[in-house]
Design a protein around this ligand. Structure first.
Ligand SMILES: [Zn+2]
Ligand SMILES: [Zn+2]
Length: 848
């Protein structure tokens, strides 16, 4: 049985007790009422067809994994997107604001194992729970376009895309070393290995295993993925930099050294072929094929190489291969430099990686820092082959710059490094021992997973025909529903005979289905296209509809997706374009990555016990206060340290808005929207504040996104109104002006606190839904600040009066005074010893 938790004191309740009951702002009454009304109107947040004639706006937040519980990071992400969507609706746009579920993945299997609940059931009930939370938060999604990636009507198109890519040679299978997490009992993508450990299991060291794997040939688009980044000006520079580094393009040369006394070629990759006359060894990765040949005949060498392998493995496990202490072993064999015929010793070294470049390098200690260290350590020769232009004598080595000329390089002497690289590449091509080449850090995307809860790969193994694609008319290949999850020994589907055993589409004989499923990053690579036509049962989507909505105008999500999801979905977009389905090159015009929500300086996590539940916040303070606080507490791109006092503060503020608006609502209703006489005095002052606030918030929605200062501006506006409550009550401000002030206040509030705005809009006699009311326009003439006249005194005597904007600070006033002609003539030739400014009143100069 659960122990009852003592109720923590609620600031909301405490404050409420000090007020008269009928004046209490009660989100628990207001919010569910509007939630029901909105649910009863399916058109409320619905996207309209292109024929609406309105400009389109597609705003998208990254879809969540259905864990069963929204966390505060979600609330923040969705509050930003929802504020933007509401603002765009009010600006008259046809807005697409969808939501869905990234519903495949391992946690469903873990839960199945733990609770004996089928993954599908567990996932769908989590989705229902999170959808309830989203509805309670008042998030304005078009649920008619909802996408759930674990359902066959979605994942059949994953299979369809897989087959299209297979036809185009963009899918292939090969045996390869894979990252294996013993905890997940599955293969991980390189991107899912962080510091040698599983991305889900921080304490689990990832092992290497050999398995037949399916790959997407993302490297076929490496150049375009890289070049496209320059055009993505609406993406954060940090994301573009991360993608550039991840793609890791480097231009260089591949050169074959020949094994002395043999025919074997050792292909090395170098970015500095101009230094090749300075190569004093060739170094191989311990896993290099030639090393196996050497050690087979030499047990002593084998023992030494095994040590190197062990060191590499330990460094990989420690997560810092870059910092490995460099060790090498000479093999006693030599290789021939094809440019000058010289023999260089062949070494095996622990810092050479089998999967980078060709797994072999030439070592040039005169012009490479790392090679220099290695040569010093093992007493290898160091030869100077590059020298700064104009130097007659050798310079200190290593000399690393590419700004120099060649020496000790035979016929290439006196060439610049750049000229030499081009000539050496041409010579290699001409003589057939090498070529110019480009290498990438980006590897093809391994998509095979030995998991149950994912999209089945639509391939069949036939004893006669080999690999056979499942024909389109047999899609989807359905996941079997009843299955025993054990998470041991590879693919769970391989233990389901009804699934595995099938007939070959070619010969009709018995055959076996592929039992791996697809990486769940496949699901999220194109889900946002499906939103545009989510019910389509004959195609992934109608190209005409996608063309209307794409690219996404604003995508919002966490920066942790910068190199996984956001590269894969760019790849998928290019593939779909080349399949003729879409015309856009990139999925999203603008990308915004919000900061994290932390608590007491640390990321919220169960183990730290610092998790704040959105449900608790909504119960105590309401959805509006929770959402508004998430926007108010920090600029959206920074981390937000969650403070409950802050939520309580926002709730109190909304209470003040509610009291102010309800107090003057009868005045506003009676005044209607009739024309006001030319406002003067206090009315003019309040209208000025109103139009300044509109201008500021509008500007922020147009790109700056300082929503925290937007909320602060609304607070200031409300403060100004409350400060003159007595005058308002005494009728000193004409009723039509009061009506105008309240309308603006409610409209400005509505993207941030939609429930309260809906309630107050109705209360003050606003027509229709506040969501469809036009966003207020700022009148620059009304927004303009008044000027003040400031008397300037010199040594106590009035000299002149200067005009400054109302609210000018001391420095502005001092500058205006010193720039004044009369003042300047009085102080000419004298020293200004002191300037005393009373802002808004006077400026005194003490002159000697
Ligand atoms: Zn794991
Ligand atoms: Zn067959």
């Amino acid at each position: 049985m659960k122990r009852a938790r003592p109720m923590p004191p609620s600031p909301f309740t405490l404050e409420a007790m000090t007020e008269e009951k009928e004046q209490r702002y009660d989100p628990a009454a207001i919010e569910p009422k509007w939630q029901q009304r909105w649910a009863a109107d399916p058109k409320m947040y619905a996207a309209e067809p292109a024929s609406s004639g309105k400009p389109k706006y597609y705003v998208l937040e990254m879809l969540p994994y259905p864990s069963g519980q929204l966390h505060m990071g979600h609330v923040r992400n969705y509050s930003i997107g929802d504020a933007l969507a509401r603002h765009m609706w009010m600006r008259g746009y046809n807005v697409l604001h969808p939501m869905g579920w990234d519903a495949f993945g391992l946690p469903a299997e873990n839960a199945a194992l733990k609770n004996n609940t089928p993954p599908r059931e567990w996932t769908l009930s989590n989705i229902a729970a999170m959808k309830r939370q989203m509805l309670r938060l008042g998030l304005g999604y078009d649920w008619a376009t909802e996408v759930t990636t674990c359902l066959p009507d979605y994942y059949r198109w994953n299979q369809w895309f897989f087959l299209r890519m297979y036809e185009k040679g963009l899918v292939y299978r090969k045996k390869s070393k894979v990252n294996w997490c013993p905890e997940c009992a599955t293969v991980l993508a390189n991107e899912q290995v962080i510091d040698g450990r599983c991305w889900r299991h921080e304490d689990t060291i990832v092992e290497q295993r050999d398995l037949e794997q399916w790959f997407f040939r993302i490297t076929a688009y490496a150049d375009e993925l890289l070049a496209g980044l320059d055009k993505l000006e609406g993406w954060p520079e940090k994301v573009r930099t991360m993608q550039r580094n991840w793609i890791g393009r480097s231009e260089g040369t591949e050169v074959d050294f020949t094994l002395e006394g043999g025919a074997e070629k050792i292909r090395v990759f170098t970015t500095r072929v101009d230094t090749i006359f300075g190569a004093t060894s060739v170094q191989l990765a311990p896993q290099h094929a030639l090393v196996a040949a050497f050690t087979a005949a030499d047990p002593a060498l084998k023992a030494l190489v095994d040590e190197l392998l062990d060191q590499q493995k330990k460094a990989r496990e420690a997560g810092d291969l870059g910092a490995i202490e460099k060790h090498g072993v000479p093999t006693g064999r030599y290789a021939i430099n094809p440019y000058n015929g010289e023999l260089v010793p062949i070494w095996v070294a622990n810092y050479i990686l089998a999967d980078y470049g060709t797994g072999a390098i030439m070592s040039v200690p005169g012009h490479d820092e790392r090679d220099f260290e290695f040569a010093k350590k093992y007493n290898l020769p160091i030869i100077e082959v590059i020298r700064p232009a104009g130097e007659d004598t050798p310079v200190a080595l290593p000399f690393l710059s590419e700004d120099g000329i060649l020496v000790n390089s035979g016929e290439y002497d006196a060439l610049t490094c750049t000229e030499a690289q081009a000539q050496l590449q041409r010579a290699a091509t001409r003589q057939g021992f090498g070529e110019a080449t480009v290498t990438y850090r980006l590897k093809d995307w391994g998509v095979s997973r030995q998991r149950y809860w994912g999209t089945p790969i639509p391939m069949i193994n036939c004893p006669h025909d080999g690999l056979v694609a499942v024909p389109d008319d047999q899609l989807p290949v359905l996941l079997p529903e009843q299955i025993q999850i054990t998470q041991q020994g590879g693919s769970p589907l391989s233990r389901v005979p009804e699934f595995v055993n099938t007939t070959c589409p070619k010969c009709g004989g018995p055959a076996r289905r592929e039992t791996d499923t697809m990486d769940t990053f496949v699901d999220s690579s194109w889900y946002f296209y499906r939103y545009t036509d989510a019910k389509n049962s004959t195609a992934p989507f109608d190209p005409k509809i996608a063309q209307y909505w794409f690219p996404i105008d604003q995508y919002i999500g966490g920066v942790e997706h910068a190199i996984l999801h956001l590269i894969y979905s760019r790849y998928w977009t290019k593939v779909m374009r080349d399949l003729g389905l879409i015309v856009n090159d990139e999925p999203a015009r603008r990308l915004f990555t919000q900061g994290m929500v932390i608590k007491d300086g640390a990321k919220m996590s169960k183990s730290k016990g610092n998790v704040v539940s959105p449900d608790d916040m909504v119960v105590r303070y309401g959805a509006d206060a929770t959402r508004m606080y998430a926007l108010f507490a920090a600029p959206p791109d920074r981390d937000l340290d969650w403070q409950e006092d802050g939520v309580a503060g926002v709730s109190r503020f909304l209470g003040r808005v509610w009291r102010l608006a309800t107090k003057y609502a009868p005045v506003a209703r009676q005044a209607g929207s009739g024309p006001a006489a030319a406002p003067t005095g206090l009315a003019l002052k309040l209208l000025r504040k109103q139009h300044q606030t509109i201008a500021k918030i509008t500007l922020d929605f147009e790109g700056r996104w300082h929503f925290n200062t937007c909320v602060a501006a609304i607070m200031e506006f409300v403060n100004d109104l409350q400060a003159v409550d007595a005058q308002l009550a005494a009728g000193e401000v004409p009723a039509p002006v009061i009506a105008e002030l309240l309308r603006s206040l409610v409209l400005l509030l509505s993207p941030f606190a939609p429930y309260l705005a809906a309630e107050l809009w109705e209360d003050i006699g606003g027509e229709g839904a506040v969501l469809r009311a036009p966003w207020p326009k700022s009148d620059p003439a009304l927004a303009k600040e008044d000027e003040l006249e400031i008397p300037v005194q010199i040594n106590g005597k009035l000299v002149n009066v200067v005009r400054v904007p109302a609210g000018a600070d001391a420095k502005t006033i001092e500058e205006a005074a010193l720039a004044d002609g009369k003042v300047q003539s009085r102080i000419a030739g004298k020293t200004v010893a002191k300037v005393i400014v009373v802002p808004g009143r006077t400026c005194n100069l003490v002159v000697k």
